[in-house]
Design a binder for this molecule. Structure first.
Ligand SMILES: Nc1ncnc2c1ncn2[C@@H]1O[C@H](COP(=O)(O)OP(=O)(O)OP(=O)(O)O)[C@@H](O)[C@H]1O
Length: 540
């Protein structure tokens, strides 16, 4: 095993005792600050993922007691990160093997949330150590918001905000991997994959960190998580794959918020890593076009407290009689691109941009939500799972099975969203990957090596595709007498650049924001959207 090989990670540490807690792991940096070592009350918990990957949690004894009490109260061990007693014999065996590999009292370099690559004040890593280690429309009637409603088994059931005053400071990490291994999580499927890891990438990545730190506040979670009791739950908004979202009121400030409860039932082994990743990313990012996470609160469950946003864009499109005008689309896409640029500037891929993950408030502000599939990326690129992005918004390189992809995949999704806003219907609504590719090729022409260097080497390009030519302009003409969505020359140019096959040539968010479409004369930004919402009876 390479002694310096290390994984790229940004562990969250919620440390109520003001002790810095780190995860020991093999091959990490040796102790440099002995005085920081051996916090007396730390326990090392490990958790084993579906593929036998060991995840380690560092918690205090107090927290462990709280978690065990809460688990007892919940009668559900899945609700909490596993304590050792919750592990099966097989898991324990594996755990002990793994723990045997870990050197006690070693110091490791751990990025605290306040020292993560996204933190404002201090982005230099600190040395710390540890001794142990299908949808229907739902009108909520309250403010006339319209949303799509997902599967809703627990609808109407009041959530039990009656849990323990526990919790939970956990730091997650994983052991380091053998020389050529690293790990990629196929989030929606809770799989853990072992893929190639490149040390140079890590080094390169560290060099990017300083410039990648966003110029925004960071959340201080050192004070510990407040209880969900601070919020009065009003109604359920929606239920996604990874969480149930409630509308709630802050009892102190009366502020209306959205509470996203982390679903534990999907996780066989402890706290869902996808949720950790989503929380980690969302608490670190602050931008007007990204839904703001205010805090994380707990009872026996974990909730993200988010700013409340009245509408889901998909729901609005579904009920609109007329599609958005070109000017309105420009206003929405501008905001979307600003958010996407911010994400990419901070080395975050969203990987699930679609109209149902875009929210719109009554003041015409667009907010990107659902970071359940998002992840940090580095340069040079490593391999990632191609099983990301909802089918209709999935870039052709993903559909053709590439594992080396980058921010261009989000830009393709932006193109699909722009087309959908103009046409009031999804641009490519395939039912399978093959049909999706077929729909794309029919509209944009069949790609070839000349327009997309490397195309023929992609795993999915072995199939002989029928030659088609580009018919996109017919779908979005400059003038229409048949009711097709009209799109100006500049607008069509941007759309074409977003829907460019060759990822290297696909327009970036930064370049798109400078596109002449946005700089013609118009529009008084949110004014247009606000007027549109007003005309539909929503007054902010
Ligand atoms: N801050 C918010 N304000 C209002 N509604 C929200 C907010 N966040 C999410 N929602 C609603 O809840 C739905 C589900 O949220 P989200 O997409 O984050 O959950 P998920 O479990 O990750 O969903 P998915 O199944 O799409 O992955 C959203 O589509 C939206 O309708």
């Amino acid at each position: 095993m390479h002694p310096e090989k290390k994984r790229k990670l940004t562990p969250i540490i919620w440390d109520r005792d003001d002790k810095e807690v780190g995860i020991s792991s093999k091959n990490r940096i040796s102790s440099k600050s002995p005085s920081l070592c051996s916090p007396p009350s730390l326990q090392k918990l490990t958790n084993i993922s579906a593929d036998g990957d060991v995840i380690m949690y560092a918690i205090t004894n107090t927290q462990l007691r709280g978690m065990q009490m809460a688990a007892g109260a919940a009668g559900n061990s899945e609700a909490l990160p596993n304590s050792p007693s919750l592990l099966s014999p097989k898991q324990c065996r594996r755990t002990n093997e793994e723990l045997g590999e870990v050197e006690d009292n070693e110091c490791i370099e751990v990025r605290h949330i306040s020292t993560s690559r996204w933190a404002l004040m201090d982005n230099s890593p600190r040395e710390i150590c540890s001794d142990n280690t299908g949808d229907t429309l739902l009108n909520t009637h309250e403010s006339g918001e319209l949303r799509r409603e997902g599967s809703d088994s627990s609808r109407g059931k009041s959530s039990s905000f009656d849990g323990q005053d526990s919790f939970m400071e956990l730091a997650t990490s994983r052991r380091d991997y053998s020389e050529n291994d690293t790990m990629e999580i196929d989030e929606k499927h809770d799989e853990v994959r072992h893929l190639d890891w490149d040390l140079e990438e890590e080094e390169e990545f560290s060099r990017f960190e300083e410039r990648a730190a966003p110029k925004s506040r960071s959340m201080n979670m050192l004070q510990g998580c407040r209880s969900v009791f601070n919020y009065e739950k009003l109604n359920k908004i929606n239920e996604g794959t990874y969480g149930v979202v409630y509308k709630a009121r802050d009892k102190e400030t009366e502020e209306i918020v959205a509470l996203k409860k982390v679903k534990m039932s999907l996780e066989r082994e402890g706290f869902p890593l996808t949720s950790l990743r989503e929380i980690n990313i969302l608490v670190s990012l602050h931008h007007p076009s990204i839904v703001d996470v205010k805090e994380v609160v707990v009872d026996k469950d974990v909730f993200m407290v988010m700013e409340y946003v009245e509408h889901e864009l998909k729901g609005l499109i579904d009920i609109m009689k007329q599609p958005f005008s070109e000017k309105e689309v420009k206003c929405l896409i501008l905001q979307l691109l600003e958010g996407v640029k911010y994400l990419h500037d901070n080395w975050v891929l969203h990987r699930d941009l679609k109209t149902s993950n875009l929210l719109l408030n009554n003041r015409g502000k667009l907010k990107i939500c659902d970071f359940g599939l998002s992840r940090q990326y580095g340069s040079p690129l490593k391999t990632y799972t191609p099983l990301v992005v909802a089918l209709w918004y999935r870039a052709p390189e993903l559909l053709l099975g590439t594992k080396h992809y980058s921010s261009a995949i989000d830009m393709w999704s932006v193109g699909c969203i722009m087309a959908e806003l103009l046409a009031k219907q999804p641009l490519f609504n395939g039912k399978s990957e093959l049909e999706q590719l077929d729909k794309i090729f029919r509209a944009l022409g069949t790609p070839n090596e000349a327009i997309w260097p490397g195309f023929s080497k992609l795993p999915g390009a072995k199939v002989k595709f029928v030659k088609q030519s580009n018919t996109l302009r017919e779908k979005f003409p400059a003038i229409s007498f048949k009711g097709s969505p009209v799109l100006s020359e500049q607008g069509f140019d941007l759309l074409s650049q977003l829907l460019t096959y060759y990822p290297e040539k696909r327009i970036t968010a930064e370049a798109a924001l400078k596109h002449s479409w946005f700089h013609k004369e118009e529009p008084s930004i949110e004014e247009l959207i606000r007027n549109r919402l007003k005309s539909m009876g929503y007054d902010g």
